[in-house]
Design a protein around this ligand. Structure first.
Ligand code: CAA
Length: 246
């Protein structure tokens, strides 16, 4: 029987690399995509040449608490208890705080932070009952250091870290580890949509003078869910080329 992993935001830059990495390691991946995006999810699935056995596309509005509870409980009835959950779905709505709309605040908190509650809560008890599991929350360097123009995003990403430490304390006795991967600026559509001059000035501040690749982020997820990561919990692993050392 294949081990079962759920990845939210699976067709995004980092989510796609994580999904591919998990497939390579023999997992069956439940790849969630947001409401109305079935065609682009299918295109992604076909581009990657996944089989139905390797990846199941799963529509899920991670901002909807009731829908997540209902659909994820149904999923467990069909597929079994999850071995790995990767909370990766995330968006940006960057603007200076004085210009930030309430909706730009709320959308980011809902998608990047409330989603972590919505997705993890229906799955967590079963993982504890099974006696092992791995939860990985994809945060950001900007949740650690704060970033100009990202009060919403930095708040959500920092929130994921506090959440992970608290849940790590609760999951430890049942063999469920909860960790954070905090990527720096990574070569993904999210980063590519930044103003080129802003991105260039950030790149210049990165000691390694380059972006991370999505695969480098995926490989740190891979480490934390492997047997080698069994005794690591409540930890935040930075993958940021030295942009922020803490
Ligand atoms: N520190 C201090 N001042 C800054 C600054 C910084 N880091 N960045 C910009 N400023 C200043 C500018 O010099 C400018 O000053 P003046 O008015 O005196 O000229 C002022 O702030 C306004 O800056 P902009 O012209 O850039 O303002 P804007 O409204 O056009 O854009 C912004 C605002 C969208 C926030 C833009 O600054 C920006 O894109 N910043 C980067 C945000 C960022 O890093 N996003 C990451 C997205 S990717 C991601 O989030 C993935 C991940 O996890 C890393």
């Amino acid at each position: 029987m294949k081990k079962l992993a759920l990845v939210t935001g699976s067709k995004g830059g980092i989510g796609s690399a994580i999904s591919s990495q998990l497939v390579k390691e023999g997992y069956r991946v439940i790849a969630t995509y947001s409401t109305g995006n079935h065609q682009s999810a299918l295109d992604w699935f076909n581009d990657k040449e996944f089989s139905q056995d390797q990846v199941r596309l799963f529509e899920l509005d991670v901002t909807n608490t009731e829908q997540c509870a209902e659909r994820l409980i149904q999923l467990m009835q069909e597929e079994g208890t999850l071995d790995v959950v990767v909370n990766n779905a995330g968006i940006t709505r960057d603007s200076m705080f004085k210009k930030m709309s309430a909706s730009a605040w709320k959308e980011v908190i809902d998608t990047n932070l409330n989603s972590v509650f919505n997705v993890t809560q229906p799955l967590f008890d079963a993982m504890c009952e099974k006696g092992n599991g791995r939860i990985i929350n994809i945060s950001s360097v900007n949740g650690l250091k704060g970033q100009f123009g990202q009060a919403n995003y930095s708040a959500a990403k920092a929130g994921m870290i506090g959440f992970s430490k608290a849940l790590a304390a609760e999951g430890a006795r049942s063999g469920v580890t909860v960790n954070v991967v905090a990527p720096g600026y990574t070569g993904t559509p999210m980063v590519e949509q930044m103003k080129p001059e802003v991105l260039e000035s950030i790149k210049a501040q990165i000691p390694m003078k380059r972006l991370a690749t999505p695969e480098e982020v995926a490989q740190s997820v891979s480490f934390l869910i492997s047997d080698a990561g069994a005794y690591i919990t409540g930890e935040t692993l930075s993958v940021n080329g030295g942009l922020y050392m803490h």
